[in-house]
Design a protein around this ligand. Structure first.
Ligand SMILES: N[C@@H](CCC(=O)N[C@@H](CS)C(=O)NCC(=O)O)C(=O)O
Length: 297
């Protein structure tokens, strides 16, 4: 993992920019089409998790194929067990290098491959779910939720920023900090954000009211990993998710929806973080527990 270059002088984790940022859009170089694009994802990765949730929520399984990588990443990066049925590659890095031989960043999931152009379109994780929600609308299943309704986009985008900064990326900033000051700053923000969301959800079933939106999809993967991984591995130890009655009930309500439950694999999540991020867990020991009942009440 080339994380070294993502640590600033003050010991702060600064995430690398995304290199592939083309869009799948009507009239563009990569027009939406069923069967043309493939999503590469890991059940362990929170950024990829949201794209798996949205693909299933919108009923796009036959429109956009998926390849799931092995949860344990070695020095060669993400591996595709048995090889990729579409491109034949064994490592995700091969798709990055086929698209840009000069690429020197991390080979990340999620990313989307255009089988017609034979190149990666995007590894721009915030955009992937939005693309499935908008450009692929003609192929959504009947009765699929509108996760990005036009009237709410401003509010959704604004709350997504708060969730990204305070939680999605905030937990990584706490976990990868290499100075006490950088850790303190990040962990304070993590719990301030959880407090804020606990209050917000006290008066509504979902982040923007009664209906599920993109914001809920962005929050859930971090909540699902919180007690199992972030509480110990990333030192987000002030409180557990289960100490927040409203958020814990909300997380279980989402888990009861098949698209969330089917894509939540606690075993792969734990093995990935504890065995792959050896910079903060050199022994690679995977802790037992916590024993949580995600199906309760
Ligand atoms: N594209 C983003 C977010 C996606 C991301 O970080 N994915 C992780 C897994 S959760 C990954 O694929 N890491 C590969 C690596 O670090 O080599 C980034 O570059 O930071």
């Amino acid at each position: 993992m080339k994380l070294g270059r993502e640590i600033s002088d003050g010991g702060r984790f600064v995430r690398q920019p995304n290199r592939f940022t083309a869009r799948i859009e009507e009239g563009g170089e990569h027009p939406p089409e069923p069967g043309r694009y493939r999503l590469y994802a890991s059940y362990a990765c929170p950024w990829a998790h949201r794209s798996l949730i949205v693909r299933e929520l919108l009923g796009l399984q036959d429109v956009v194929g998926v390849t799931i990588v092995d949860p344990i990443r070695d020095e060669k990066g993400w591996r595709i067990p048995g090889g990729d049925p579409v491109t034949g590659v064994e490592y995700l890095s091969e798709l990055y290098l086929a698209s840009d031989p000069g690429y020197r960043g991390r080979y990340t999931v999620p990313c989307v491959w255009d089988a017609a152009a034979e190149r990666l379109v995007t590894n721009d994780y915030p955009q992937i779910t939005l693309t499935l929600e908008t450009a692929f609308a003609p192929w959504h299943a009947e009765g699929a939720p509108d996760l990005y309704p036009a009237a709410l986009r401003g509010e959704i985008d604004a709350l997504n920023e708060v969730i990204f900064d305070g939680l999605n990326n905030g937990v990584y900033r706490a976990g990868f900090a290499t100075s006490q000051e950088a850790y303190d700053e990040a962990v304070t923000k993590v719990f301030d954000t959880l407090d804020l969301l606990e209050e917000r959800l006290a008066t509504r079933s979902h982040l923007h009211g009664d209906a599920l939106t993109e914001s809920d999809v962005r929050l859930y993967p971090t909540l699902a990993r919180f007690d199992a991984v972030y509480h110990s591995h990333f030192k987000c130890a002030v409180r557990r998710l289960t100490d927040y009655p409203v958020l814990w009930a909300y997380a279980r309500r989402l888990y009861a929806i098949p698209a969330f439950r089917d894509t939540t694999d606690f075993d792969q999540i734990k093995r990935h973080y504890f065995m792959t991020q050896t910079n903060i867990n050199p022994s690679r020991i995977v802790p037992r527990g916590p024993e949580l009942d995600w199906t309760a009440g």
